[in-house]
Design a protein around this ligand. Structure first.
Ligand SMILES: [Zn+2]
Length: 130
């Protein structure tokens, strides 16, 4: 009788340990190195580029400060999206422009905005006259 009670106690403790592992953020569960910090991000939010939403179902995410990650304001966490939307394939720049997708970017260190020029296929420094 006492033996059975002890086994039950051990069972509960190991279940608690497993739950703790699930509570750890993915960045700690992964053995890998810290992701690199972004130097720039797109002006438009990830949802415009059809990047996968957070696992909580929130599509209204932002670019994380870490490369390859998004930030979910609902969960208050960085996460790696299941797919990268339009970035997973070759991007037809002119078609994207027609769809209202711009690749304009914000340089984090300087706070400058660079406009993506569809004809030059590159970024140009934004001017006051734009
Ligand atoms: Zn979320």
């Amino acid at each position: 009788m006492a033996q059975a009670a002890n086994n039950g106690e051990r069972g509960r403790l190991s279940a608690l340990k497993i739950n703790w592992m699930l509570l750890l953020p993915p960045s700690l569960r992964r053995a890998g190195k810290m992701p690199e910090k972004r130097e720039w991000c797109y002006l438009q939010p990830p949802a415009v580029f059809e990047v996968a939403p957070c696992e909580c179902g929130n599509h209204d995410t932002q670019w994380s400060e870490f490369k390859g990650h998004l930030w979910c304001p609902e969960c208050q966490k960085d996460f790696i999206p299941m797919h990268n939307g339009v970035f997973d394939g070759p991007i037809p720049a002119e078609l994207a422009a027609m769809l209202g997708i711009t690749f304009d970017r914000y340089i984090i260190e300087t706070g400058e905005v660079e406009r993506y020029d569809v004809k030059q296929l590159g970024w140009v420094r934004s001017t006051e006259n734009d």
